[in-house]
Design a protein around this ligand. Structure first.
Ligand SMILES: O=C(O)CCC(=O)C(=O)O
Length: 291
């Protein structure tokens, strides 16, 4: 993947697409430090506040001292904006086919005392042997600054290129409390509030433990190829009345588009037709085979 073009996205001239692409190819991840400015950070905090404080994770993977707020994209304008930020899309355009989808979108609040999440890859549920190109890319964004103490994401640079065997060797070593040379580069990502890390779905990572005395608020948005099944079922989770008012990029991310020649069609019509006011599915209209 080279970083030559931005495919017409409205990105600032100073945004170093080629540098980000180089790091994504080489290390499997790249950090965009100034992704959210102060205004967006404040909007994120006030937008998420009504949803926080009610839940904890139901298993060690979600984190039993961690709170997740799913379907974040549909919970307010700031969440829409960060999901379809042109800088991010300009990078995703270079790794995924046109019509790529939002696969998961949630806030992650790791409370003090949380243990480290097991290391994993975000596209491991696609049963295609490694090494292989990533089927998705993920964002983890810092609303609170990430530190080595508060749960900064643990990353294994270069692991996006590994075989299945290498990943298993690291997981076994960790379970046995051993180290392997494969773990030499492993580190906890520290980044300022407002920064995001964008990484390949094949990169091994996991949330760190929170030994600090404050929560670590973050979000993840994960994107996948248009032919892959998404983790969150946004067709059912996001009401069409909300999708109707979203940007065209976001409508595509939520699946209201076609992957040529006809993947995603709705009764032989374009899925955006379902967003029209008063739309009635053909199956409920006598004599209608399509729109
Ligand atoms: O919150 C983090 O730092 C990582 C979370 C993560 O990797 C996940 O939940 O899949």
């Amino acid at each position: 993947m080279d970083g030559g073009a931005n495919l017409g996205r409205d990105v600032p001239a100073a945004f170093d697409i080629a540098g980000h692409v180089e790091r994504l190819n080489r290390d499997g991840y790249t950090v965009i430090e100034d992704f959210l400015d102060e205004a967006r950070l404040a909007a994120f905090r006030s937008g998420i506040a009504p949803y926080l404080g009610a839940h904890r994770g139901r298993n060690p993977f979600e984190g039993q001292t961690t709170e997740r707020v799913y379907t974040l994209v549909a919970r307010g304008k700031v969440f829409e904006d960060i999901t379809a930020d042109p800088r991010l899309l300009a990078l995703l355009d270079l790794f995924l086919r046109p019509g790529y989808l939002l696969s998961a979108s949630h806030a992650i609040c790791i409370y003090p005392g949380e243990v480290a999440q097991s290391l994993h890859t975000d596209d491991s549920f696609y049963p295609i042997p490694r090494p292989r190109p990533a089927i998705g890319l993920s964002v983890i964004g810092a609303i609170d600054a990430f530190t080595a103490q508060n749960g900064g994401t643990v990353i294994l640079p270069g692991s996006h290129l590994w075989t299945q065997k290498q990943g298993i060797a690291v997981r076994e070593a960790l379970l046995a409390g051993r180290r392997t040379p494969l773990m030499d580069g492993m580190f906890k990502l520290e980044m300022p509030a407002g920064a995001i890390v964008l990484f390949q779905g094949t990169l091994i990572h996991g949330a760190g433990d929170n030994t600090s005395d404050a929560p670590r608020l973050a979000f993840t948005n994960q994107y996948c190829e248009p032919w892959a099944r998404t983790q969150e079922n946004f067709y059912l989770a996001v009401p069409r009345e909300l999708v109707r008012d979203m940007s065209s990029d976001l409508q595509t991310l939520l699946g209201y588009d076609i992957m040529p020649p006809f993947m995603g069609q709705v009764t032989a019509s374009h899925p955006r037709k379902t967003l029209e006011e008063g739309y009635v599915p053909p199956v409920l209209r006598q004599g209608a085979t399509a729109d």
